[in-house]
Every structure is written in C-alpha cells, then in structure tokens.
Write a protein that binds this ligand. Structure first.
Ligand SMILES: Nc1ncnc2c1ncn2[C@@H]1O[C@H](COP(=O)(O)OP(=O)(O)OP(=O)(O)O)[C@@H](O)[C@H]1O
Ligand SMILES: [Mg+2]
Length: 148
C-alpha cells in the first residue's frame, strides 16, 4: 500500500494524519509503528497532532526535550517520540523503547532515520518532503506500509 498527498498548510497536513488514523481504526488496528521521515520543520509534529486528534482530546506538543510524550484516551494510546538526540541502541534501550513497543498503542516516531536498524520490520513509513521553493508551504506526504 502506498498513498501520496500534497498539502499547502499545517492544517492540511494534520488532516492527512487524522484521515490515516481513521483508516487504521476502521481496519480494526490499535497498535502500529509509524516511522516519520523528513528534515527539520517539515511537518512531522503537525502530522502527529492530526493523527492523535482522531482519538479524542489529545493535545500534541513536540517531545523534543522529553523524547517521548504519552497520550491516552478511552479510544487509544499514542506514544510520540522524537529521536533527534538518539544515536545508538544504548540510548534507545535507555528510554525503554522496547517496553513501549510491547504496549497496545500507536507509536509515532520523529527522526526515525536515527533508529532505523532497531524499528520493527512491520511498520508504516510516512515521508514528508518540501516541494520546490516557489511554494514554501507545499509538502508531499507519502504513506507506505512496509514489512522490510
Ligand atoms: N503544508 C504544511 N504542513 C505542515 N507544516 C507546514 C506546512 N506549511 C508550513 N508549515 C509549517 O512548518 C512547520 C512544521 O512544524 P512541525 O513542528 O510540525 O515540524 P517537524 O517536522 O515536527 O519539525 P522538527 O524536526 O523540528 O520536529 C510549522 O511552522 C508549520 O506552520
Ligand atoms: Mg517535530
């Protein structure tokens, strides 16, 4: 499965995240690893904010300083990671990543590039790219289901 979207504002990127969450829920899922790819300020947190909003009141803030934020409602659990400062397996074990993966939860991982070797094989990869310089707010979002 691969889907591509073009957005022109943060609210549109949130909407793509929200629609993706609704799709997972509709297919009966309550657990998934979602690896976010894309450089600084491209919209990874915006996507996550929209995703979490599908499950009720979850007010997503960037986990830059905390590395992981947890959101729980009656409908779902969302763990939101920022791996910007994670460099190796030791760092990852240090934050208890394995324990998070064992939970019934959606794990959204910013800077997943940094932890690629330690991610579960079965996952969704969400790649967000800037589109050209004429329209600085335009983004291409590609969602791929993987079993690498
Ligand atoms: N189409 C768009 N989708 C998402 N964000 C957009 C878009 N156009 C402009 N923006 C702006 O880009 C920024 C995206 O911020 P966000 O925190 O979501 O990025 P990020 O990828 O999580 O960054 P970081 O790498 O610092 O964690 C915001 O300032 C937002 O207003
Ligand atoms: Mg972010």
């Amino acid at each position: 499965m691969q889907q591509t979207f073009i957005t022109h504002a943060p609210t549109e990127t949130e909407q793509v995240g929200r629609a993706f969450a609704c799709e997972l829920r509709a297919s009966g899922k309550d657990t998934a690893l979602i690896a976010l790819r894309g450089g600084l300020g491209v919209g990874k947190t915006a996507f996550t904010r929209g995703f979490a909003s599908a499950f009720g009141r979850m007010h997503v803030k960037s986990p830059t300083y905390t590395i992981v934020n947890e959101y729980r409602t009656d409908e779902a659990t969302v763990f939101h990671f920022d791996m910007y400062r994670i460099e190796d397996e030791e760092d990852l074990l240090g934050i208890g990543f394995d324990d998070y993966l064992r939970e019934r939860a959606f794990c959204l991982v910013e800077w997943s590039e940094n932890v690629e070797p330690w991610l579960p094989r079965e996952r969704y990869t969400v790649t967000i790219e800037r589109l050209g310089t004429d329209s600085p707010d335009a983004r291409r979002i590609t969602i791929r289901e993987e079993n690498v």
